[in-house]
Design a protein around this ligand. Structure first.
Ligand code: CLR
Length: 428
């Protein structure tokens, strides 16, 4: 059953559907890499990049020591780190309160960009990546559906929400900064405990590497973000402040949640690398006078003190490549998972695995080999005049927003279930 629109799926049905995909994820989460420190050669970024002004990332050939052992598919899976915010959103009875949690989820994705001035591996055409968390009740899947331009189509599911969209970026090196503009729209289908189904959409903000010339490269994320609830008309506008010259503006995000009547219900503020708070606009307390909302108010009734919506997980120092503890779990390949994994899964890429193990020379050789193989396949396709067809997604249009999106055909997890029962992956 493909994910049809307009068909409200119950949370229970969704749970039944997801549970078999936890097969292979029984082992404890990985806590460290083989490597204890990445002794990558320290080369000045500017020295390498200065001849590449005006180029986009896909046209840059950089030494493998500028990579980190993740792929762009896994960088999208990183959006899942704070997925519990979506679970919380679904439990809230007031739609503007749900919006607070959804918008803060959209902002929480940026915390892990700190200290990560490194290039993720470019996924091969048809490469896939799956990630399931039995402890959290969700599963995530992404496929590289286009190589030029690079596009990944993703679909994550849990009993109370589906999160899906297209990961495509336009990048350009301006000399002073290296800017990455995400293009696709992200969709959230929320199944609130109060019933029904809501569609939210937003676009990601610009990520930018600044401080290249001064030898102190840092990732900044800035710009406006509009999160819209298409069912209720609630809107949240978040404003990610550019780092600028003043240290005080770094990481700042502010925002407002307005109801369908255009009135401001909530103010949001904080820093996307640390903590984000929300405060109810005085006068709207009565709207929240329901049991589920008690936690947002302080002891004295009617108070509109700010409350903490989200806090960044700890970033222990000493993890190679400045990865986060969550990222460490993404490329783990426990023995229980290996037999059920699709042959196209990122975890099986030898170059990325070598990078993770600190074998940089071997990583470079393998990277060349797999990319050369891909170029050969591309030439063959061109010669025979056939187009590449994504294996797990088709193009569709959202009936509610009118925008194009990638429809997940649901065959991936069903086939994986077959494999777990003794079948095998057909040539994908
Ligand atoms: C931002 C969040 C988006 C997905 C996404 C796509 C591209 C990523 C970007 C995120 C973060 C920054 C990023 C970028 C690709 C390259 C760039 C990792 C995750 C790095 C910092 C550029 C390094 C510069 C090299 C020249 C070393 O949902």
């Amino acid at each position: 059953r493909p994910h049809e629109e307009g068909l409200v799926v119950s949370r229970e049905a969704k749970k039944q559907e997801i549970t078999p995909s936890f097969h292979g994820y029984e082992e404890p989460l990985r806590k460290r890499l083989k490597l204890d420190a990445d002794n990558r050669p320290k080369i000045s970024l500017w020295a390498i990049l200065k001849s590449m002004i005006g180029k986009d990332m896909t046209k840059m050939t950089l030494p493998v020591s500028f990579n980190e052992p993740t792929s762009l598919l896994q960088r999208v899976a990183e959006d899942m780190e704070y997925a519990d915010l979506l679970d919380t959103a679904a439990e809230r009875l007031d739609s503007t309160e749900r919006m607070v949690y959804v918008a803060v989820f959209a902002a929480s994705e940026y915390a892990s960009t700190i200290g990560r001035v490194a290039k993720p591996f470019n996924p091969l055409l048809g490469e896939t990546y799956e990630y399931a968390r039995p402890d959290k009740g969700y599963r995530f899947f992404i496929e590289q559906v286009s190589h030029h331009p690079p596009i990944g189509a993703a679909y994550a599911e849990s009993p109370s929400w589906d999160y899906y969209g297209e990961s495509a970026v336009k990048s350009k090196f301006y000399g002073k900064s290296f800017d990455i503009n995400p293009l696709g729209t992200w969709f959230l289908k929320l199944r609130p405990s109060s019933g029904g189904e809501e569609i939210y959409t937003w676009k990601k903000v610009t990520s930018s590497v600044v401080g290249i010339i001064t030898g102190n490269p840092t990732v900044d994320n800035y710009g406006p973000m509009e999160v819209k609830n298409w069912k209720t008309g609630d809107v949240c506008i978040l404003d990610f402040k550019p780092r600028g010259w003043k240290a005080s503006s770094a990481y700042q995000v502010t925002g407002k949640v307005t109801g369908a009547d255009g009135k401001t219900r909530w103010s949001i503020g904080g820093r996307w690398n640390d903590k984000i708070y929300a405060r109810l606009t005085p006068g709207f307390e009565d709207d929240l006078d329901r049991p589920s909302s008690v936690s947002v108010r302080s002891q004295d009734a009617g108070s509109t003190q700010a409350f903490l919506v989200w806090q960044c997980h700890e970033r222990p120092s000493g993890i190679p490549f400045n990865l986060t503890p969550f990222v460490l779990t993404l490329n783990a390949l426990p023995e229980s998972l290996r037999p059920v994994l699709a042959p196209t899964d990122t975890r099986l890429r030898p170059d990325q695995r070598a990078m993770e193990d600190g074998e940089y020379d071997f990583a470079a050789v393998e990277k060349n080999r797999v990319e050369e193989k891909q170029r050969k396949k591309r030439r063959e396709r061109e010669a025979s005049g056939e187009d590449h067809k994504p294996r797990w997604f088709t193009k569709g249009r959202c009936e509610i927003t009118g925008e194009p999106y990638w429809v997940f055909n649901d065959q991936y997890w069903r086939m994986r279930d077959e494999v777990a029962k003794g079948g095998s992956w057909e040539k994908v």
